[in-house]
Design a protein. Structure first.
Length: 67
């Protein structure tokens, strides 16, 4: 009983389509809501959303990185 207090069960790994990621990135880049707010609204981690934004910038040639 004491072991389970305060510990969250790990969430199963989820996968998302390119279209979904692009929609999330667009919402963040519009500036209406913060990255954190978009992440909360869609039950995502802020880290994942920031990675998607970074990758979108690389893919668009606006940021250095691996394609």
């Amino acid at each position: 009983m004491m072991e389970s207090m305060g510990k969250k069960k790990p969430r199963p790994r989820r996968s998302f389509t390119r279209e979904f990621k692009a929609e999330i990135v667009e919402l963040c880049q519009r500036g209406d809501r913060s990255v954190g707010q978009v992440a909360r609204d869609f039950d995502l981690t802020e880290t994942a959303v920031r990675q998607w934004i970074r990758q979108a910038e690389v893919d668009a040639g606006r940021r250095e990185g691996l394609t």
